[in-house]
Ligand binder design. Structure first.
Ligand code: PSV
Ligand code: MN
Length: 430
Protein backbone atom coordinates (compact mmCIF):
# COMPACT_ATOMS: atom_id res chain seq x y z
CA UNK A 1 0.00 0.00 0.00
CA UNK A 2 1.29 3.48 -0.91
CA UNK A 3 1.90 5.77 2.05
CA UNK A 4 -0.82 8.43 2.36
CA UNK A 5 -1.45 11.34 4.69
CA UNK A 6 -4.44 10.12 6.66
CA UNK A 7 -7.00 12.20 8.55
CA UNK A 8 -5.73 10.61 11.79
CA UNK A 9 -2.18 11.67 11.11
CA UNK A 10 -3.29 15.25 10.42
CA UNK A 11 -5.61 15.37 13.44
CA UNK A 12 -2.78 14.07 15.65
CA UNK A 13 -0.52 16.88 14.55
CA UNK A 14 -3.33 19.44 14.84
CA UNK A 15 -3.96 18.57 18.48
CA UNK A 16 -0.60 20.15 19.38
CA UNK A 17 -1.63 23.52 17.92
CA UNK A 18 -5.34 23.62 18.71
CA UNK A 19 -4.84 25.64 21.94
CA UNK A 20 -3.09 28.65 20.47
CA UNK A 21 -5.29 28.61 17.41
CA UNK A 22 -8.48 29.03 19.50
CA UNK A 23 -6.80 31.91 21.38
CA UNK A 24 -5.55 33.71 18.29
CA UNK A 25 -8.81 33.19 16.44
CA UNK A 26 -10.86 34.60 19.30
CA UNK A 27 -8.52 37.58 19.62
CA UNK A 28 -8.67 38.35 15.88
CA UNK A 29 -12.44 37.88 15.98
CA UNK A 30 -12.72 40.62 18.62
CA UNK A 31 -10.43 42.95 16.65
CA UNK A 32 -12.43 42.46 13.46
CA UNK A 33 -15.74 42.88 15.26
CA UNK A 34 -14.58 46.38 16.28
CA UNK A 35 -14.23 47.07 12.53
CA UNK A 36 -17.72 45.70 11.92
CA UNK A 37 -16.41 42.48 10.34
CA UNK A 38 -17.71 39.05 11.34
CA UNK A 39 -14.81 36.60 11.42
CA UNK A 40 -17.02 33.60 10.72
CA UNK A 41 -18.02 35.01 7.31
CA UNK A 42 -14.34 35.24 6.37
CA UNK A 43 -13.64 31.72 7.56
CA UNK A 44 -16.49 30.46 5.40
CA UNK A 45 -14.99 32.28 2.40
CA UNK A 46 -11.57 30.76 3.09
CA UNK A 47 -13.10 27.28 3.22
CA UNK A 48 -14.89 27.80 -0.09
CA UNK A 49 -11.82 29.02 -1.99
CA UNK A 50 -10.42 26.69 -4.69
CA UNK A 51 -7.27 26.70 -6.81
CA UNK A 52 -6.14 23.95 -9.20
CA UNK A 53 -2.69 22.38 -8.95
CA UNK A 54 -0.63 21.81 -12.11
CA UNK A 55 0.37 18.17 -12.54
CA UNK A 56 3.72 19.39 -13.86
CA UNK A 57 4.29 21.34 -10.66
CA UNK A 58 4.78 18.28 -8.45
CA UNK A 59 7.98 17.39 -10.31
CA UNK A 60 11.21 19.34 -9.80
CA UNK A 61 11.64 22.06 -12.40
CA UNK A 62 14.76 23.34 -14.00
CA UNK A 63 16.28 26.22 -15.85
CA UNK A 64 17.83 26.49 -19.30
CA UNK A 65 21.06 25.43 -17.60
CA UNK A 66 20.26 22.45 -15.45
CA UNK A 67 17.75 20.48 -13.54
CA UNK A 68 18.63 19.11 -10.11
CA UNK A 69 16.30 16.20 -9.52
CA UNK A 70 14.78 15.98 -6.04
CA UNK A 71 14.26 12.79 -4.01
CA UNK A 72 11.09 10.80 -4.53
CA UNK A 73 9.90 12.61 -7.62
CA UNK A 74 6.71 11.21 -9.14
CA UNK A 75 7.47 9.05 -12.18
CA UNK A 76 4.08 8.97 -13.85
CA UNK A 77 0.68 10.65 -13.74
CA UNK A 78 -0.57 8.32 -10.99
CA UNK A 79 2.30 9.20 -8.68
CA UNK A 80 1.73 12.86 -9.52
CA UNK A 81 -1.87 12.46 -8.36
CA UNK A 82 -0.65 10.86 -5.14
CA UNK A 83 1.35 14.02 -4.46
CA UNK A 84 -1.60 16.23 -5.43
CA UNK A 85 -3.71 14.29 -2.97
CA UNK A 86 -1.15 14.96 -0.22
CA UNK A 87 -1.31 18.69 -0.97
CA UNK A 88 -5.09 18.73 -0.88
CA UNK A 89 -5.26 16.65 2.31
CA UNK A 90 -3.14 19.25 4.10
CA UNK A 91 -4.49 22.53 2.68
CA UNK A 92 -8.01 21.45 1.58
CA UNK A 93 -8.42 23.97 -1.22
CA UNK A 94 -6.82 22.11 -4.15
CA UNK A 95 -9.05 19.25 -5.37
CA UNK A 96 -8.71 20.33 -9.02
CA UNK A 97 -5.77 19.21 -11.17
CA UNK A 98 -4.56 20.73 -14.41
CA UNK A 99 -3.07 18.14 -16.77
CA UNK A 100 -0.43 18.67 -19.46
CA UNK A 101 -0.57 16.48 -22.57
CA UNK A 102 1.37 14.46 -23.67
CA UNK A 103 3.32 14.56 -20.37
CA UNK A 104 0.27 13.09 -18.58
CA UNK A 105 -1.21 11.10 -21.47
CA UNK A 106 -3.10 8.18 -19.87
CA UNK A 107 -3.43 4.74 -21.44
CA UNK A 108 -6.93 4.48 -20.04
CA UNK A 109 -8.76 7.78 -19.41
CA UNK A 110 -11.58 6.16 -17.45
CA UNK A 111 -9.10 4.47 -15.09
CA UNK A 112 -7.27 7.75 -14.50
CA UNK A 113 -10.52 9.55 -13.79
CA UNK A 114 -11.51 6.90 -11.30
CA UNK A 115 -8.06 6.97 -9.67
CA UNK A 116 -8.44 10.74 -9.15
CA UNK A 117 -12.03 10.54 -7.92
CA UNK A 118 -11.06 7.93 -5.29
CA UNK A 119 -8.65 10.55 -3.90
CA UNK A 120 -11.24 13.32 -3.90
CA UNK A 121 -9.60 14.95 -6.93
CA UNK A 122 -10.95 15.99 -10.32
CA UNK A 123 -9.54 17.37 -13.58
CA UNK A 124 -9.86 21.05 -14.17
CA UNK A 125 -8.09 22.38 -17.26
CA UNK A 126 -6.26 20.48 -20.00
CA UNK A 127 -3.03 21.96 -21.38
CA UNK A 128 -1.62 21.19 -24.80
CA UNK A 129 2.07 21.08 -25.59
CA UNK A 130 3.23 22.19 -29.02
CA UNK A 131 6.30 23.95 -27.67
CA UNK A 132 8.37 20.75 -27.69
CA UNK A 133 8.91 17.91 -30.09
CA UNK A 134 7.92 14.50 -28.78
CA UNK A 135 9.64 11.19 -29.62
CA UNK A 136 8.32 9.86 -32.92
CA UNK A 137 6.58 13.11 -33.84
CA UNK A 138 6.27 13.55 -37.60
CA UNK A 139 6.86 17.30 -38.02
CA UNK A 140 8.97 19.60 -35.85
CA UNK A 141 7.81 22.66 -33.90
CA UNK A 142 11.23 24.26 -34.03
CA UNK A 143 9.84 27.16 -36.07
CA UNK A 144 6.37 27.24 -34.60
CA UNK A 145 3.24 25.17 -34.22
CA UNK A 146 -0.23 26.73 -34.58
CA UNK A 147 1.32 29.62 -36.54
CA UNK A 148 3.94 27.70 -38.52
CA UNK A 149 4.37 28.75 -42.16
CA UNK A 150 3.79 25.12 -43.22
CA UNK A 151 0.08 24.20 -43.11
CA UNK A 152 0.96 20.56 -42.37
CA UNK A 153 2.68 21.57 -39.12
CA UNK A 154 -0.30 23.73 -38.19
CA UNK A 155 -2.63 20.82 -38.86
CA UNK A 156 -0.57 18.54 -36.65
CA UNK A 157 -0.67 21.12 -33.83
CA UNK A 158 -4.43 21.60 -34.23
CA UNK A 159 -4.98 17.83 -34.13
CA UNK A 160 -2.98 17.61 -30.91
CA UNK A 161 -5.19 20.27 -29.31
CA UNK A 162 -8.35 18.53 -30.50
CA UNK A 163 -6.99 15.32 -28.97
CA UNK A 164 -6.47 17.14 -25.64
CA UNK A 165 -10.05 18.38 -25.70
CA UNK A 166 -11.38 14.91 -26.45
CA UNK A 167 -9.30 13.47 -23.63
CA UNK A 168 -10.46 16.27 -21.33
CA UNK A 169 -14.06 15.40 -22.10
CA UNK A 170 -13.43 11.78 -21.06
CA UNK A 171 -11.66 12.92 -17.90
CA UNK A 172 -14.43 15.32 -16.88
CA UNK A 173 -12.29 18.45 -17.40
CA UNK A 174 -14.00 21.77 -18.00
CA UNK A 175 -11.60 23.80 -20.07
CA UNK A 176 -8.68 23.62 -22.46
CA UNK A 177 -5.69 25.96 -22.14
CA UNK A 178 -3.53 26.81 -25.15
CA UNK A 179 -0.10 28.30 -24.74
CA UNK A 180 2.26 28.27 -27.70
CA UNK A 181 5.96 29.02 -27.86
CA UNK A 182 5.62 30.48 -31.36
CA UNK A 183 7.47 33.67 -32.13
CA UNK A 184 10.69 35.03 -33.53
CA UNK A 185 14.22 35.40 -32.23
CA UNK A 186 15.29 38.03 -34.74
CA UNK A 187 13.74 41.11 -36.30
CA UNK A 188 12.37 40.17 -39.69
CA UNK A 189 12.08 36.46 -38.89
CA UNK A 190 8.29 36.51 -38.55
CA UNK A 191 5.70 38.48 -40.50
CA UNK A 192 3.74 39.76 -37.50
CA UNK A 193 0.32 40.13 -39.12
CA UNK A 194 0.43 36.91 -41.12
CA UNK A 195 1.52 34.90 -38.08
CA UNK A 196 -1.45 36.23 -36.11
CA UNK A 197 -3.80 35.40 -38.98
CA UNK A 198 -2.48 31.84 -39.00
CA UNK A 199 -2.89 31.67 -35.22
CA UNK A 200 -6.53 32.66 -35.45
CA UNK A 201 -7.20 30.23 -38.26
CA UNK A 202 -5.73 27.38 -36.18
CA UNK A 203 -7.59 28.46 -33.06
CA UNK A 204 -10.88 28.51 -34.95
CA UNK A 205 -10.38 24.84 -35.83
CA UNK A 206 -9.66 24.02 -32.16
CA UNK A 207 -12.60 26.10 -30.97
CA UNK A 208 -14.91 24.18 -33.29
CA UNK A 209 -14.00 20.98 -31.42
CA UNK A 210 -15.11 22.26 -27.99
CA UNK A 211 -17.90 20.16 -26.50
CA UNK A 212 -20.86 21.85 -24.81
CA UNK A 213 -19.92 23.48 -21.53
CA UNK A 214 -16.20 23.45 -22.36
CA UNK A 215 -14.28 26.73 -22.36
CA UNK A 216 -11.08 27.56 -24.20
CA UNK A 217 -8.37 29.64 -22.54
CA UNK A 218 -5.54 31.28 -24.42
CA UNK A 219 -2.43 32.37 -22.56
CA UNK A 220 -0.35 35.34 -23.67
CA UNK A 221 3.35 35.78 -22.94
CA UNK A 222 5.63 38.60 -24.03
CA UNK A 223 8.78 36.57 -24.62
CA UNK A 224 10.36 33.14 -24.18
CA UNK A 225 11.22 30.77 -25.69
CA UNK A 226 11.22 33.31 -28.55
CA UNK A 227 13.42 36.21 -27.51
CA UNK A 228 12.36 38.97 -29.91
CA UNK A 229 8.63 38.55 -30.50
CA UNK A 230 5.82 36.18 -29.62
CA UNK A 231 2.61 35.72 -31.56
CA UNK A 232 0.28 36.10 -28.58
CA UNK A 233 2.34 38.74 -26.83
CA UNK A 234 -0.06 40.55 -24.53
CA UNK A 235 -3.57 40.80 -23.12
CA UNK A 236 -4.75 43.18 -25.85
CA UNK A 237 -3.96 40.70 -28.62
CA UNK A 238 -5.39 37.94 -26.47
CA UNK A 239 -8.61 39.89 -25.97
CA UNK A 240 -8.89 40.53 -29.70
CA UNK A 241 -8.48 36.82 -30.42
CA UNK A 242 -10.99 35.65 -27.81
CA UNK A 243 -13.53 38.11 -29.23
CA UNK A 244 -12.91 36.88 -32.74
CA UNK A 245 -13.35 33.29 -31.61
CA UNK A 246 -16.60 33.57 -29.73
CA UNK A 247 -18.28 33.25 -26.32
CA UNK A 248 -16.44 30.10 -25.24
CA UNK A 249 -12.97 31.70 -25.59
CA UNK A 250 -11.33 33.59 -22.72
CA UNK A 251 -7.99 35.24 -21.96
CA UNK A 252 -5.85 33.62 -19.27
CA UNK A 253 -3.46 35.68 -17.17
CA UNK A 254 -0.23 34.03 -16.09
CA UNK A 255 1.30 36.49 -13.62
CA UNK A 256 4.81 35.76 -14.93
CA UNK A 257 4.03 36.61 -18.55
CA UNK A 258 4.30 40.40 -18.39
CA UNK A 259 7.12 42.89 -18.54
CA UNK A 260 8.45 44.00 -15.14
CA UNK A 261 6.32 46.69 -13.46
CA UNK A 262 3.29 46.14 -15.67
CA UNK A 263 0.06 46.90 -13.81
CA UNK A 264 -1.37 43.39 -13.89
CA UNK A 265 -4.27 44.15 -11.55
CA UNK A 266 -5.47 46.66 -14.10
CA UNK A 267 -5.28 44.11 -16.90
CA UNK A 268 -7.40 41.85 -14.69
CA UNK A 269 -9.97 44.63 -14.21
CA UNK A 270 -10.12 45.27 -17.95
CA UNK A 271 -10.64 41.61 -18.81
CA UNK A 272 -13.36 41.35 -16.16
CA UNK A 273 -15.07 44.43 -17.58
CA UNK A 274 -14.96 43.02 -21.10
CA UNK A 275 -16.28 39.62 -19.95
CA UNK A 276 -13.17 37.79 -21.13
CA UNK A 277 -11.17 36.86 -18.04
CA UNK A 278 -10.47 33.12 -18.21
CA UNK A 279 -8.62 32.94 -14.94
CA UNK A 280 -5.03 32.66 -13.78
CA UNK A 281 -1.80 30.86 -13.68
CA UNK A 282 -0.61 32.14 -10.32
CA UNK A 283 3.08 32.36 -9.50
CA UNK A 284 5.53 35.14 -8.71
CA UNK A 285 8.62 36.64 -10.28
CA UNK A 286 11.31 39.23 -9.93
CA UNK A 287 12.62 39.43 -13.47
CA UNK A 288 10.52 37.44 -15.91
CA UNK A 289 8.66 34.16 -15.98
CA UNK A 290 10.46 32.99 -12.87
CA UNK A 291 7.64 30.69 -11.78
CA UNK A 292 8.31 31.29 -8.08
CA UNK A 293 5.79 30.54 -5.36
CA UNK A 294 2.79 32.89 -5.32
CA UNK A 295 3.24 35.90 -3.07
CA UNK A 296 6.93 35.29 -2.48
CA UNK A 297 8.18 38.50 -4.13
CA UNK A 298 5.21 40.82 -4.61
CA UNK A 299 2.51 39.93 -2.07
CA UNK A 300 0.92 43.38 -2.38
CA UNK A 301 0.46 42.89 -6.12
CA UNK A 302 -1.20 39.55 -5.43
CA UNK A 303 -3.52 41.26 -2.96
CA UNK A 304 -4.37 43.98 -5.51
CA UNK A 305 -5.22 41.33 -8.09
CA UNK A 306 -7.53 39.67 -5.57
CA UNK A 307 -9.02 43.01 -4.69
CA UNK A 308 -10.21 43.29 -8.31
CA UNK A 309 -11.47 39.71 -8.27
CA UNK A 310 -13.34 40.01 -4.99
CA UNK A 311 -14.82 43.33 -6.06
CA UNK A 312 -16.20 41.67 -9.21
CA UNK A 313 -17.48 38.75 -7.13
CA UNK A 314 -19.26 41.03 -4.65
CA UNK A 315 -20.68 43.25 -7.38
CA UNK A 316 -22.02 40.16 -9.17
CA UNK A 317 -20.42 41.05 -12.52
CA UNK A 318 -22.30 39.05 -15.17
CA UNK A 319 -20.45 35.98 -16.43
CA UNK A 320 -17.63 36.37 -13.89
CA UNK A 321 -16.34 32.83 -13.33
CA UNK A 322 -12.53 32.79 -13.24
CA UNK A 323 -10.58 29.53 -13.08
CA UNK A 324 -7.75 29.71 -10.57
CA UNK A 325 -4.68 27.60 -11.24
CA UNK A 326 -1.09 27.57 -10.10
CA UNK A 327 1.75 27.42 -12.59
CA UNK A 328 5.16 27.31 -11.02
CA UNK A 329 8.47 25.57 -11.29
CA UNK A 330 10.42 24.39 -8.28
CA UNK A 331 14.15 24.34 -8.71
CA UNK A 332 15.36 24.49 -5.12
CA UNK A 333 12.33 23.59 -2.99
CA UNK A 334 10.25 20.48 -2.40
CA UNK A 335 7.40 20.91 -4.95
CA UNK A 336 4.75 19.75 -2.48
CA UNK A 337 5.89 22.35 0.04
CA UNK A 338 5.95 25.10 -2.59
CA UNK A 339 2.53 24.27 -3.99
CA UNK A 340 1.01 24.20 -0.50
CA UNK A 341 2.63 27.53 0.27
CA UNK A 342 1.26 29.12 -2.89
CA UNK A 343 -2.23 27.78 -2.33
CA UNK A 344 -2.20 29.22 1.20
CA UNK A 345 -0.92 32.58 -0.04
CA UNK A 346 -3.81 32.79 -2.47
CA UNK A 347 -6.33 32.13 0.27
CA UNK A 348 -4.59 34.79 2.35
CA UNK A 349 -4.87 37.38 -0.45
CA UNK A 350 -8.47 36.35 -1.09
CA UNK A 351 -9.49 36.74 2.56
CA UNK A 352 -7.58 40.01 2.90
CA UNK A 353 -9.35 41.33 -0.19
CA UNK A 354 -12.65 40.53 1.50
CA UNK A 355 -11.53 42.72 4.40
CA UNK A 356 -11.38 45.90 2.33
CA UNK A 357 -13.77 48.51 3.65
CA UNK A 358 -15.44 49.08 0.29
CA UNK A 359 -17.74 51.86 1.46
CA UNK A 360 -14.75 53.85 2.76
CA UNK A 361 -12.85 53.15 -0.46
CA UNK A 362 -15.73 54.25 -2.70
CA UNK A 363 -16.22 57.39 -0.67
CA UNK A 364 -12.52 58.26 -0.85
CA UNK A 365 -12.55 57.67 -4.60
CA UNK A 366 -15.51 60.01 -5.03
CA UNK A 367 -13.75 62.69 -2.97
CA UNK A 368 -10.47 62.14 -4.87
CA UNK A 369 -8.81 61.39 -1.55
CA UNK A 370 -5.90 59.26 -2.73
CA UNK A 371 -4.41 58.82 0.70
CA UNK A 372 -7.52 57.46 2.39
CA UNK A 373 -8.23 55.24 -0.63
CA UNK A 374 -4.79 53.66 -0.30
CA UNK A 375 -5.29 53.32 3.45
CA UNK A 376 -8.49 51.35 2.89
CA UNK A 377 -6.47 48.85 0.88
CA UNK A 378 -3.47 48.88 3.20
CA UNK A 379 -5.58 48.26 6.29
CA UNK A 380 -6.87 45.05 4.73
CA UNK A 381 -3.48 44.01 3.38
CA UNK A 382 -1.69 44.48 6.70
CA UNK A 383 -4.24 42.53 8.73
CA UNK A 384 -2.75 39.22 9.80
CA UNK A 385 -5.43 36.72 8.79
CA UNK A 386 -3.32 33.63 9.56
CA UNK A 387 -5.70 32.42 12.33
CA UNK A 388 -8.60 32.50 9.84
CA UNK A 389 -6.63 30.46 7.31
CA UNK A 390 -5.55 27.92 9.93
CA UNK A 391 -9.07 27.63 11.34
CA UNK A 392 -10.53 27.17 7.86
CA UNK A 393 -8.07 24.36 7.14
CA UNK A 394 -8.72 22.68 10.46
CA UNK A 395 -12.50 22.79 10.04
CA UNK A 396 -12.15 21.33 6.54
CA UNK A 397 -10.08 18.44 7.95
CA UNK A 398 -6.73 19.86 6.85
CA UNK A 399 -3.63 20.82 8.77
CA UNK A 400 -3.27 23.82 11.05
CA UNK A 401 0.40 23.83 10.06
CA UNK A 402 0.65 22.10 6.65
CA UNK A 403 4.40 22.46 6.31
CA UNK A 404 5.19 21.17 9.81
CA UNK A 405 2.74 18.29 9.43
CA UNK A 406 4.14 17.37 6.02
CA UNK A 407 7.73 17.36 7.24
CA UNK A 408 6.87 15.43 10.39
CA UNK A 409 5.04 12.80 8.34
CA UNK A 410 8.20 11.80 6.46
CA UNK A 411 6.14 11.73 3.23
CA UNK A 412 9.02 12.68 0.94
CA UNK A 413 11.46 10.20 2.49
CA UNK A 414 8.95 7.39 2.20
CA UNK A 415 8.26 8.23 -1.42
CA UNK A 416 12.01 8.38 -2.13
CA UNK A 417 12.28 4.74 -1.01
CA UNK A 418 9.52 3.70 -3.41
CA UNK A 419 10.45 6.00 -6.28
CA UNK A 420 14.17 5.60 -6.96
CA UNK A 421 15.88 8.30 -9.02
CA UNK A 422 16.16 7.54 -12.74
CA UNK A 423 19.77 8.75 -12.88
CA UNK A 424 19.10 10.48 -16.20
CA UNK A 425 20.75 13.85 -16.71
CA UNK A 426 17.95 16.26 -17.42
CA UNK A 427 17.72 19.88 -18.40
CA UNK A 428 14.84 22.09 -19.36
CA UNK A 429 12.12 24.25 -18.04
CA UNK A 430 9.85 21.44 -16.86
C1 PSV B 1 4.58 28.83 -20.37
O1 PSV B 1 5.60 29.58 -19.80
C2 PSV B 1 3.61 28.30 -19.32
O2 PSV B 1 3.25 29.32 -18.45
C3 PSV B 1 2.41 27.66 -19.96
O3 PSV B 1 1.30 27.72 -19.11
C4 PSV B 1 2.86 26.25 -20.10
O4 PSV B 1 1.84 25.35 -20.37
C5 PSV B 1 3.51 26.04 -18.74
O5 PSV B 1 4.22 27.27 -18.55
C6 PSV B 1 4.33 24.80 -18.60
O6 PSV B 1 5.67 24.94 -18.98
MN1 MN C 1 1.32 29.39 -17.49
Amino acid sequence: MAFRLTDDLIAGHNSKAAGWLEDDYAHLGRQLARRGVEIERLTERAMAFRVAVPSWGVGTGGTRFARFAGPGEPRDVFEKLDDCEAIHELVRVTPGISLHIPWDEPEDAAALREFAAKRGLFFDSMNSNTFQDQPGQKLSYKFGSLTHTDPAVRRQAVEHNVHCIELGRKLGARSHTVWIGDGGNFPGQVHFRRALERYLESLRAIYAALPDGFRMFIEHKLYEPAFYSTVLNDWGVSYHCTRELGPKAFSLVDLGHHAPNVNIEMIVARLIQFGKLAGFHFNDSKYGDDDLDAGSIKPFQLFLVFHELVQAELEGVAGFDPAYMLDQSHNVTDPIESLMTSAMELVRAYVQAHLVDRAALAEAQERNDALVALQALKQAFTTDVAPILAMARKRAGGAIDPLGTYRASGYRQRKAEKRPATGRVQAGIV
